[in-house]
Design a protein around this ligand. Structure first.
Ligand SMILES: Cc1cc2nc3c(=O)[nH]c(=O)nc-3n(C[C@H](O)[C@H](O)[C@H](O)COP(=O)(O)O)c2cc1C
Length: 308
């Protein structure tokens, strides 16, 4: 317990020493950041999305900065389950903090198979289902924006593993409420809210899209207020914990997500320009708790006061 405050939280049967993790796709496979911060001080390391086979991803340019944000169309580049086990797991399994593996597939069966293989690996902290990636043509978006497919993909993954299962929600829906409920009913232990927002940027000199893929996913500070609202709505709909993310740059941002109903938070785009952000958020949470006489981080969750 640092400074007499209890920061620990639960995701299913997994205990995290603090509620601050890093968001999938913004932290590589942990090893890339090992020289830049002490990974063992994080709540958890969440790795880039992995499917069965290696994926090359989209042509470049794959990222473009926009006002207060970033649009990316990486195209889920990754080493596949086999490549991950060989190249990254030997390092990750030495960490004292849990590794959460973000997984995806192009069919319900593929999600289940990937979940089964990581279950068999032994030592993984939790699995996060990416059902909401807007960057690929098959799979991705349709799972997270179709209630029936969402139920199928969560239920099939649930059957395939005993590991805590986090469903990473798509923001690209009219209301998150039914999707949050379906993910909970199908067996999720937690929800991650939210993934990136579909977006596009154009170079007016060349009249060309700034991304080779034309469109991509918008992240960073510009999405924070919409993400906070989604967390608040999801928190009204389900009993399972919510991991809030979208534009977190400091402890104040993280506290907003917690007050809206999140149990934990993830730092994403900010890792690219300030790799220490997650550690700064942890320190800032402790300071806020001391200042406001709180001794348990869970006292902040859902504490927004709404009088209508
Ligand atoms: C370059 C990049 C790659 C990403 N890759 C993934 C991914 O593989 N799987 C996933 O579920 N989310 C992925 N995300 C989404 C983030 O995990 C996170 O949900 C989103 O960036 C919102 O948080 P932020 O605004 O703090 O970045 C990616 C985001 C970025 C910027």
């Amino acid at each position: 317990m640092p400074d007499g405050v209890n920061l620990s939280i639960q995701i299913g049967n997994l205990t995290l020493q603090n509620p601050v993790m890093v968001a999938s796709g913004t932290f590589g496979y942990g090893v890339e950041y090992a020289q830049l911060l002490d990974l063992n001080r994080l709540g958890a390391v969440v790795v880039k999305g992995i499917c069965l086979k290696p994926v090359r991803g989209n042509p470049t340019p794959r990222t473009v900065e926009v006002t207060s944000g970033l649009i990316n169309a990486i195209g889920l580049q990754g080493p596949g389950v086999g490549g991950f086990k060989q190249k990254y797991w030997p390092f990750l399994k030495t960490l004292k903090v849990p590794t959460i593996i973000n997984i995806w597939g192009t069919t319900v069966e593929e999600y289940a198979e990937v979940a089964r293989r990581f279950d068999a690996l032994g030592g993984v902290g939790a699995l996060e289902l990416n059902v909401s990636c807007p960057n690929i043509k098959e799979g991705g978006a349709q799972f997270g924006t179709d209630l029936k497919l969402l139920a199928q993909v969560v239920a099939a993954s649930r059957k395939a593993t005993k590991l805590p299962l986090i469903t990473k929600m798509s923001p690209n829906v009219v209301s998150i409420t039914p999707y949050a409920r379906v993910a909970e009913e199908a067996g999720s232990d937690a929800l991650a809210v939210t993934n990136s927002y579909p977006a596009m940027a154009i170079d007016i000199e060349t009249r060309k899209p700034r991304l080779a893929n034309v469109t991509g996913g918008l992240t960073g500070p510009c999405i924070k207020p919409i993400a906070v609202k989604l967390v608040w709505e999801a928190a009204q709909a389900v009993k399972i914990p919510i991991i809030g993310m979208g534009g977190i740059q400091n402890a104040a941002d993280a506290i907003e997500f917690l007050m809206a109903g999140a149990t934990a938070v993830a730092v994403g785009t900010a890792n690219f320009y300030e790799p220490q952000t997650a550690l700064q958020v942890i320190a800032g949470l402790c300071e806020f708790m001391r200042k406001t006489n709180l001794d348990d981080i869970r006292q902040i969750t859902g504490s927004v006061q709404i009088t209508k």
